[in-house]
Design a binder for this molecule. Sequence first.
Ligand SMILES: Cc1cc2nc3c(=O)[nH]c(=O)nc-3n(C[C@H](O)[C@H](O)[C@H](O)COP(=O)(O)OP(=O)(O)OC[C@H]3O[C@@H](n4cnc5c(N)ncnc54)[C@H](O)[C@@H]3O)c2cc1C
Length: 459
Amino acid sequence: MVQKFDAIIIGTGQAGPSLAQRMTQEGMKTAIIERKLFGGTCVNVGCIPTKALVASARAAHMARRGGDFGVTIDGHIKVDMKQVKARKDAIVKQSNSGVTNWLKTMENLTVFEGHGRLESPGSVRVNGDTLEAGKIILNVGGRATVPDIPGIQDIEYLTNSSIMDVDALPEHLIIVGGSYIGLEFAQMYRRFGSQVTVIQRGARLVSREDTDISEAVREILENEGIDVRLNTKCMKFSRQDGKVIVSTSCEESNEEIVGSHLLMAIGRRPNTDDLGLEMAGVETDERGFIIVDDELRTSRPGIWAIGDANGRGAFTHTSYNDFEILAANMFDNDPRRVSDRITAYGLFIDPPLGRIGMTEAQVRTSGKKALVGKMMMARVGRARERSETQGFMKVLIDAESERILGAAILGIGGDEVVHSLLDVMYADAPYTTIQRAMHIHPTVTELIPTLLGDLKPLE
Ligand SMILES: Cc1cc2nc3c(=O)[nH]c(=O)nc-3n(C[C@H](O)[C@H](O)[C@H](O)COP(=O)(O)OP(=O)(O)OC[C@H]3O[C@@H](n4cnc5c(N)ncnc54)[C@H](O)[C@@H]3O)c2cc1C
C-alpha cells in the first residue's frame, strides 16, 4: 500500500520527536518510523541510564566515605545490583513511555513501528508499506562498534546496550576503551564493588583532551583502585574456565588480564548501512556518516540528516540543536547554522569534566596569541568544604580579541560551572565581562573571576 505524507522522519532519537511536533503544528501530515525503542540511544541505553547508574555509584562511594565527614555507618556497605538496575529501569521507563505516549497521541502524526528503508529520493519502505513524502528526515543515530580483534568471535562481551541488563556484580570487569563511555562504566562498576581494568591502545586516557586532563583523569580513577593499562597496541581475546582472557602484548612476555566480564567501549558507528541511502542518492563519508551542509541538507534535495548519523556531533544536545537549526530554517526564516555552535560536552566521571570550545593543544596549533589561566580545585572553598578537591579549572583567552577560546573544568560541579563561560562565548563578550561579575559565595563559579584575573601568556 502507498501512503502519502508531507514529511517522513526515520528514527525517534533526540531530534526526530521534537521535529515531528513542530511539523505537525505547522499543519504537515507527518509519519515517524522507529524500529526499536522510542527515544533512541540517550533515553534507553545512553545518557539517562548511565547517569542513573553513576548516581547509584556515587551514593555507594559517599557511603564508604562517610567517616571523612564524621558519619558512622555500622556494618558493611553493600550494593544491591538488582535494586540499582530496578531504579535505573524505572527512570528509563518514565522517559521512554513519555516519548512513546507523546508521539502516539500527537495529532497529524502517524507512528510506524518497524525498520524504515529509503526506496527512492521520495519514498520509504516500512513493514511492507511504501510511504511517500516531499521531505524526508533521517534521525537514525548510531550503535556500538566492535572491531575484529583476534579471538573476539570466541568470547562473550558486553556493549553499552547489553550492560544495561546486568543485575549482578561482575567480579572483574575488563573495559576495552579508555574514552568517555568506557571511563564512566569503569568508575561506576569500581564503586559498585567490582575489580576494574581499563585497557587503552594509546598513551593516555581521553586522548582528545589535553595531556593535563588525561593525567588528572587517570589519577582520579587510579586513586579509586582502577587498574589502567595504556599503550596496549596488540590485543587478543580467549576464554578459559568461564573467564575472559585479554592478552595485551604480542611479545613473548605475554601480559594477560583475566576477568569475569568484558565491556567493549571502543567506538560507535552510524546506523546508515541498512537505510537504502544508495537508492535515494544520499552520500556518506568513508565512515558511513551522512554528508550534510551547514543547514543539515544531504546531497539529495528534500532529504535532511540530523543527530549522530551526520557526524557533526555525537551528543544529545548536538542532536537537539540540529532539530532547532532545521526547524528555524524550514519554518522561521531564521538562518541558523551548525557552524554557529560552540563545542560543549561533559565526561561524567566523578568529579565530572565540563569542556567547551578549543583545547589548549588546538589553541597552540592555531598559532593564536593566547592567555591561559589554571587553578587547582584544592583552592576552591566549595571543593574543600565538600572534601572533593580533585581536578582543576583551565581557561584559554584570545590575547587580542579578549574572547574566551575554550575551557576545561575537571572538578566538583565542572559540568555545570563551565556554562558560565560558555554563555559569555555565545554572547561574544570579552572575558573581562565575567571577570567583573559578582558571583555567589561559596560556589565553584565564584572562583571564575579570580581565575580570569590571573592569566599568563600561553608559552
Ligand atoms: C553509553 C552512552 C552514554 C551517553 N551519554 C551521553 C551524555 O551523557 N550526554 C550526551 O549528550 N550524549 C550522550 N551519549 C550520546 C547520545 O546518546 C546520542 O548522541 C544521542 O542519543 C543522539 O542520538 P540521535 O538523535 O542521533 O539518535 P539516537 O538516539 O541514536 O536514536 C536513533 C533512533 O533511530 C532508530 N533507527 C535507526 N535506524 C532506523 C531505521 N532504519 N528505521 C527505523 N528506526 C531506526 C533507532 O532505533 C533509534 O531509536 C551517550 C551515548 C552512549 C552510548
